[in-house]
Design a protein around this ligand. Sequence first.
Ligand code: CA
Ligand code: CA
Length: 482
Amino acid sequence: MYSRFFVKTAVFFFTFGLAWITGQCPEYSVERQNSTEVSPEEDLQAVLGSVSPGTVVRLRNGVYSIYSNLQVTVDSITIRSKSGNRDSVILDGNPGGGSLDRMNFTPEVVAITASDVHLVDLTVRYARDHGIHIYPPANSQVSGCMLHNLHVYDCGQQLIKVNSTGNESSLFWVDSGIVEGCLIEFVDNSVMQDMGEYFYTGGIDVHGGLGWVIRWNHFRNIQREGRLMEHAVHFWSRSRGTVVENNRFEDVYRGIGFGMKQSADGLVREYKDGAGEDPYFDHLGGIIRNNTICNRSGIHLESGIEIWSAFGTRVFHNKVFSADDPFSSIEYRWVESIEILNNLVSQQIVERDGVKESNIGYNLPAAGADFFVDVQNADLHLADGGLSAVDGAIQLGDAGVDIDGEVREELPDIGADEYNGAGVIPALTCTRVNCIGRASSGYCCSLLGRRVKTPEKSPASGIRIRVSGKQGNKEVFSPLRP
Ligand SMILES: [Ca+2]
Ligand SMILES: [Ca+2]
């Protein structure tokens, strides 16, 4: 009987072809004791000011006109669409519906100065400055805010901004935030704040944040005309322990940045243990893993991942592809004790100045478009041109899961995708050499150097194995050889 073998093999290679990144975001599951509902014609600001902590505010479908910053000041509330469909509830900072000029927009659509506030399943658009701004009230820290399954787009400065009180004599910060499963993008990038030499505009910009997680998001079109602007994700001013994982970046000027400043210029976070003070570092620890960054032809990539003025940061299993030559795929400068391992990039990983005691290795540069399934659609799954990345990585204890949510195998692949046969027909090799006693068929088979379970009996012509992948089920075949 071959059936048991077929089932096991099919499970082993099975993958979902569509929704390969948003499908992995965990469900929102926080329970609150109380619940209330609001309609677009009601005064949402008044409702948010009157609820008690532990309330879910459910927004009925429609466009909510935000004439002045929607202030969230009550701890432990969830603001979410009743329907669960983020496209059906829109918080709109251009309530007059006038032309898309940032000077017509409300300064900030949502301003959060409370802890444990969750925004879930909503659209936020058209802020003059920041779409969502989280900052502490005058005299206390903020922590535990979550942005889950939002669509945030077209704001003048940063789409999501996190910073301190801004007051040196009473300085507090925002910790332990989560941004997950969101679509963060520019649909019309003419709203960006043009400073002449650059745009003061980016995706997520966090000063002095401790313990933030950015995962399973999709960042798109955070660029304009190849001109200098902010990152799609930037943590600095001595942010610490940031995790940026399993995100998909598509057409960005700068993808992910940890750190920037070389000295305590402006307000920077200080920690009780004195970390990063002498010498100065602008980001401490943290990990950037399993992200894909893809720029099409004509969209300049300045840098996919920039590590500047950082200590102990790890960059594992990312993929950076740009059709045109970037300044750098990944770059690092003014760093100490960082690790950049198992990354796959289309151009180069650039060491700049001031690098101490760092571990850079097992990366694969110069990966062409043929390495990937579909660069036009920013799908950086490995294709048959990229098999040199397969099994070429070093095992890491903190590698996370790949872009499909799959745990890596014993021989991990370089980049963000553990290859699973999707989209290609790998070569099957079956041999009796050194195999006696190891397979009941008398043959041992491997796909891409990976041992696969063999049938209990071999048919006379050869061994056939079914592989399930994005393009359906395929059979791979090896004639029997000695
Ligand atoms: Ca492997
Ligand atoms: Ca995979």
